[in-house]
Design a protein around this ligand. Structure first.
Ligand code: CTP
Length: 398
């Protein structure tokens, strides 16, 4: 079997000495380990220590005098199955949170698409500094895994929170992430996102304010968990994610036919798109001229995509969304039953931090039998993880 590849980033804190133990644990578990150190890290622990442990040359300089080649940061980023930064100093957290690329580690970090684990370590007063805590939240929001520092004696003589998590804890989490990154391997995930636009005439349409952020986050997460992923997206300003087949559609009818085309051989369908429930019965072929009279546009219902495809449900796990402002739980439970789906994710656009075009969401997840789980406010990326972890359990028949 091909060895799993771990890229270990080490920044300049005294906890760098513990990273040698982490490297040893990773190598012992048959992972291939490559190390990037910052210059400050190399002042704490000699790179030779890691070279001896991992059997690879430690990379430090962005522009080394010898052996330089222009795409090393990209090659390292692409090589890794998981990127672990331990210890991560306050300085590194600030740079990572703002996308600064001023050395080989930060540049490679910005280029990495694999799952990321960050283990901060610093003095407890530094950890308490508002900007540091904010940077950690930003990084969590980007979907990175963070192992909070532990409390105890610190090298600086203080007692408090700031000590890097033990190497064994970081090792266990790395393992869990690698397993998670395979959780949907061999599976096909079909995700819909954004809104539909239903033409009134050649220049006007009926639509809603869905941005697609939730659906794109789910598709990216499904890809990162190893699924072959198809994203059926209505109009959206979001950048097309890599490694995903993106099918662009405009209307509810187009979305319905794209979903039907891919449904039979998918294992998981997540319908996060806000599909228009009505469409103009007879869209005008040119641009409609105005007049002094009232205008009535006749609308006809669109096909309920979830209802249609769930009739042909075979092995598929089906997840839907519900957007409710009144009698939320009751309505969502009704949708779960009527549409014959496995999970419904309920959100209320009027709740703080939830709804359209924001990066966070606050939802209740309702499963078979109507069981409700209330989740806290979290980033859409974190929520994507929560949703897909439940999909994995259902696919396993749990
Ligand atoms: N949905 C669908 N086809 C439609 C409309 C909605 O498959 N024509 C899906 C959505 O993608 C979502 C779920 O059904 O996963 C619920 O969407 P929502 O708009 O909350 O509910 P509706 O069924 O449209 O009912 P209502 O608008 O009356 O609340």
């Amino acid at each position: 079997m091909e060895k799993k590849k771990v890229l270990l980033g080490i920044t300049g804190g005294i906890a760098a000495y513990k990273s040698a133990e982490l490297a040893r644990l990773l190598v012992k578990a048959e992972f291939e380990v490559r190390v990037i150190m910052t210059r400050s890290a190399a002042a704490f622990v000699a790179p030779l220590t890691f070279e001896a442990l991992c059997g690879n040359e430690v990379a430090i300089e962005m522009f080394p005098r010898e052996g330089f080649y222009a795409t090393r940061h990209i090659d390292l980023a692409d090589w890794a199955n998981v990127f672990v930064v331990a210890p991560a100093t306050a300085n590194f957290l600030a740079k990572a949170a703002t996308g600064i690329c001023d050395n080989l580690l930060t540049t490679t970090f910005t280029a990495a698409k694999c799952p990321v684990l960050i283990a901060p370590a610093m003095n407890s007063n530094m950890w308490d500094y508002p900007a540091v805590l904010k940077n950690v939240e930003v990084l969590r929001g980007y979907g990175f895994h963070i192992i909070d520092p532990e409390s105890g004696d610190l090298a600086c003589g203080w007692v408090g929170k700031g000590r890097m998590a033990e190497p064994q804890v970081i090792f266990d989490k790395t393992n869990a992430i690698l397993e998670g990154s395979e959780a949907l391997k061999g599976k096909k995930a079909l995700v819909t996102a954004s809104r539909t636009e239903e033409p009134i005439d050649s220049v006007r349409y009926i639509s809603n304010r869905s941005s697609g952020k939730m659906g794109y986050a789910i598709a990216e997460r499904a890809r990162d968990m190893g699924a072959e992923t198809v994203l059926i997206s209505g109009p959206s300003n979001l950048r097309e994610p890599g490694g995903i087949e993106v099918v662009k559609v405009m209307t509810a009818e187009e979305m319905a036919s794209a979903v039907k085309e891919h449904f039979a051989d998918c294992d998981l369908l997540v319908m996060s798109a806000a599909v228009s429930d009505y469409t103009p019965s007879e869209p005008y072929s040119g641009k409609r001229k105005k007049s002094d009279k009232d205008l009535t546009i006749e609308l006809k219902p669109t096909e309920d995509i979830l209802k249609s495809v769930s009739r042909n449900k075979d092995k598929q796990v089906i997840i839907g969304f519900a957007l409710e402002t009144d009698d939320q739980i009751e309505n969502a439970q009704k949708k779960l039953k009527d549409k014959r789906i496995d999970i419904i994710v309920l959100n209320n656009p009027n709740e703080e931090g939830a709804g359209f075009d924001v990066d966070t969401n606050r939802v209740d997840i309702i499963g078979i039998g109507g069981k409700i789980q209330k989740l806290p406010l979290m980033s859409k990326r974190e929520l994507a993880r929560e949703i897909l972890e439940r999909a994995v359990s259902l696919l396993k028949g749990e």
